[in-house]
Every structure is written in C-alpha cells, then in structure tokens.
Design a protein around this ligand. Structure first.
Ligand code: 5GP
Ligand code: ZN
Length: 113
C-alpha cells in the first residue's frame, strides 16, 4: 500500500488537482485527460481493483457514486457523462487502487472499447 501512487496522492505526498474530498472519497483531475472533464474518483481506503469489492467494502463504492453525482453537478455535466472502471490487465488498469473515471463535457464516443 505504501507504494501506491493514489494513496500518496490522497495523503498529499504527491500533488494533484483535487476536485472533491469527504470522509471516504477523494477525487482529482486525471493528469492525461481524455475529455474536457476527466476526474478520477476513488475510495480513500486502498482497494486494489473492482475484482476485490465484497460485502466488507462495497459501502465505499456506494460512497464513490454518491460523490460522482455531486462532482458531476459541480462540473456542470448536466447533459450526462460516462463512468468507467478499468479492472486488471485485460481491462487496462494501470494504477492498482480502485478508481472510477468520470468523463464528460462533450458528446462522447459511442464505442465502449
Ligand atoms: P487506469 O488506467 O488505471 O484505469 O487509470 C489510471 C489513470 O491515472 C490514467 O488515466 C492516468 O492518466 C492517471 N494518472 C496516472 N498517474 C497520475 C498522476 O500522477 N496524477 C494524476 N492526476 N493522474 C494520474
Ligand atoms: Zn492505494
């Protein structure tokens, strides 16, 4: 966990452009945005990936989605947006701390992959 990039961002050891924080959730702008709005939303508790969501931590996922609705509103995404999770190697996950990409601010591609 000490080696986790996103844990270091949450603690402030690595700087970020923070957009939201509460007791359970942290969110910041992606360093390499794929849309006009591209925010990463993650639980403060280190969960490596969606594959490890279970009955002990799924409430943190719910907290993420509560935050996503607030962030989308604050970012002006009134016409909709996309939430993406990449899980594991085939899913293209590069940072092994569960996170949800929130993309919007334009009409997104209809392609999912
Ligand atoms: P993944 O590929 O794991 O689903 O998404 C990781 C995301 O983290 C990528 O979109 C990448 O641009 C973003 N990212 C990687 N390193 C940093 C960083 O140091 N700061 C920020 N803000 N985003 C990062
Ligand atoms: Zn972490």
């Amino acid at each position: 966990m000490n080696d986790c990039l996103f844990c270091k961002i949450i603690t402030g050891d690595i700087p970020c452009s923070k957009v939201y924080e509460d007791e359970f959730v942290f969110a910041f702008r992606d360093i390499n945005p794929q849309a006009p709005v591209h925010v990463l939303v993650l639980p403060k508790e280190h969960i490596c990936c969606a594959d490890k969501i279970d009955g002990t931590n799924s409430h943190l996922v719910a907290k993420c989605f509560e935050a996503i609705a607030k962030i989308a509103s604050a970012e002006g995404l009134t016409n909709g947006y996309r939430v993406i999770n990449n899980c594991g190697e085939d899913g293209g996950q590069t940072v092994k701390h569960l996170h949800f990409h929130v993309l919007g601010g334009e009409k997104l591609s209809e392609k999912m992959a």
